[in-house]
Design a protein around this ligand. Structure first.
Ligand SMILES: NC(=O)c1ccc[n+]([C@@H]2O[C@H](COP(=O)([O-])OP(=O)(O)OC[C@H]3O[C@@H](n4cnc5c(N)ncnc54)[C@H](O)[C@@H]3O)[C@@H](O)[C@H]2O)c1
Length: 251
């Protein structure tokens, strides 16, 4: 029996990268899923691959749109009969030096990485409260929410915001049996880090900052999401768990 057997879950940004790995892990652990992504083809490919393993429904859309967030939660309740787990994974990163950081980059980053986490989290939590059987919300933060990184003012601020939003949700929802945690990955090998136009020299040099001298794998992050979403983490709430190969432990 899987660690998430029968749990009804939403995973955002599941079309590729860490979100897809989380969806795969959750289905493998017995969860029944609704997956979403902004890019329909990407999402359809994920859903098609995962349906061989379990129950997976898909809804394409943009988590920065309130109407889509409402539709997503309603869709999950309709297809799955309720909601036990929300994974707020969708996120973007725009690299611009602070002196040239555009307001557009700031607004777009905050909308996806923080405001959508608030809005979907609130809608999911209201559903869970109405069901009166608890639940778990796991948000995607970043090591960049703990320490700053050059060129990523909006990203760093958004992820620090996720960490404190997570703690606030956790303390307000604890007496309803809803746990809220976040995961703070370091450098993980995905399209975001490897194929987003970052300077190849910067990418190659990045491994020197990591004591384990390698990038993390999406599956390693997915394992942590599965643990925090499961009943094995029943006394953990309000936490940001760093998964970074030791990067933040070294000065
Ligand atoms: N890769 C890393 O090193 C790393 C490190 C720390 C945190 N993270 C975080 O992990 C999450 C996933 O990152 P990834 O590396 O897998 O990125 P990715 O770009 O490979 O995948 C992100 C997915 O989210 C989707 N998405 C983006 N905006 C969306 C929106 N508005 N609505 C719905 N879906 C949307 C994209 O289409 C994409 O499929 C992000 O929140 C990111 O900030 C990544």
């Amino acid at each position: 029996m899987g660690r998430l057997e029968g749990k009804r879950a939403i995973v955002t940004g599941a079309g590729r990268g860490i979100g897809r790995a989380i969806a795969e892990k959750f289905v493998g652990e017995g969860a029944r899923l609704v997956v979403c992504d902004l890019v329909p083809d990407r999402l359809a490919a994920t859903a098609a691959a995962l349906r061989a393993q379990g129950e997976v429904h898909e809804l394409a859309g943009n988590v920065t749109e309130g109407a889509f967030c409402r539709a997503l939660v309603d869709f999950a309740v309709e297809r799955l009969g309720g909601l036990d787990i929300l994974v707020n994974n969708a996120g973007i990163a725009i690299v611009e030096p602070f002196l040239d950081h555009s307001l557009d980059a700031w607004n777009r980053t905050l909308a996806v990485n923080l405001t959508a986490v608030f809005q979907l989290g609130q809608l999911a939590a209201r559903t869970m409260v109405a069901q009166n059987r608890g639940g778990a919300i796991v948000n995607m933060a970043s090591s960049n929410g703990h320490v700053g990184e050059r060129g990523l003012a909006a990203y760093n601020a958004s992820k620090a915001g996720v960490i404190l939003l997570t703690k606030t949700m956790a303390i307000e929802l604890a007496d309803r049996g809803i746990r809220v945690n976040c995961v703070s990955p370091g450098w993980i090998a995905t399209d975001l880090t490897l194929n987003s136009g970052l300077d190849p020299a910067f990418v190659a040099g990045y491994l020197d900052k990591i004591p384990m001298r390698r990038a993390g794998k999406p599956e390693e992050v997915a394992n942590l999401f599965a643990f925090l979403a499961s009943d094995e983490a029943s006394f953990i709430t309000g936490e940001s768990v760093v998964i970074d190969g030791g990067q933040l432990s070294e000065e």
